[in-house]
Design a protein around this ligand. Sequence first.
Ligand code: DMJ
Length: 454
Amino acid sequence: MIRSALLFALCAACTPDAVPGDGWATVDADPVARDRVRAAIQHSWDGYAAVAFGADELRPVSQTPATWGEHPLGLTIVDGWDTLHLAGLDAEADTALAWIRAELDVAPDQTVSAFETNIRVLGGLLAIFEATGDTEVLDKARALAERLAPVFQTPTGMSARYVNLATGVTSGTDHVPAADIGTWLIELSALSRATGDPTWEATARRALEALDDRRDPETGLMATEWDVVTGEPSLNLAQLGSGVDSALEYLLKGGLLLADPALTDRYHAAIAAAHVHLAETTPEGLWYGMADASTATPLLPVTGALACFAPGMFALDGDLDRATAHAEACFAAWEALGPLPDAFVYRGLTPIAANHELRPELAESLFYLFRRTGDPIWRERGLTLLDDWDACCRVDTGGYTTLVDRATRGDAMPSYWLAESLKYLLLLFESDDVVDLRTSVFNTEAHAFAMPAP
Ligand code: DMJ
């Protein structure tokens, strides 16, 4: 039974979206739904392990391995370990950990996206260390961070986009997404905590604050891309989705992880500008569009699957009215269009880019709203996502696949499918003490880190 529902019934003064006490609901597991998600995790891992073990990802339709560069970083293994662990797939988690200890090379002669390597590999390794205390894994994490560190050697302290993990040569300084610059603080502060070296956290904070200091002085909006040498925007478009998303998320979560109200204040200032200039209520619900960052002139009523992380961020911050309204809109889009396309016009719900990439963001938002409210509607919606993913995307021979368009299957199972999409669904059906949001914060790839005790 959901105990918070009983509390609501007993509390005449409580509104439906306000949980008595600490702001988090107390919820029991739904073992039947949880076991369905666990079976999806098993099917995804088994598919990967059978034909792609050690590669970055599985191509589930062709049943072949996929590797981002010449040298695999075992993305699915490192990113997926904590999901296997939470699902109780202990033998699989042990196999994954053994590969990381014996095989993972964090310094191949290969140029990588610093952002993706940070959130998936460094974040994954540090979460394994927090869960196991395995110092070999911490050593790999520190070695990887040292390989990534040259990206911060810019005049602004804002990070470059790419780095060669063997040579330290960086590239991509003129069009760096805000998310790439502002998504370091959780991982690098966890590394500082684990190693006792405060410079990691300071470096990440400098990059995030340098970005936030450059929000437009008139509108308060954050531009999507930056020249990290000059510190000027190179794509002066404001929106909440791809390219910006986790920079805002890390202002909020950095405030929680570091118990630092100055970061929380920065988040509130940045998101207030979005509420003023980007929000629009249409017959389809509450949406956030695209505008010129300097003039706030509305540009396009366009959003996508990625931007549906925002209701979860609003819920984490306690803004349940906006969280609920925006999540309802995202879920209505899912029901109208099917598994969310990467880009769609929210006025009238018309896909622009009809591909579906198995992204986690709507599941993430349902999870936060359920943990905040205990309202069973969010679990029901999670079951809809699971049903639809089983129908569209489950490959019988192993794994789940992306969609090229509404009717055509792709051939990819991104590592975030295990790391995030299935983890958030699993946790939606778990009790609230399994990754307790009173004491843990997720990085943007759903790797959990402990908050300091109050
Ligand atoms: C994930 O790698 C992370 O959630 C990132 O912040 C955004 N994109 C993907 C999932 O869509």
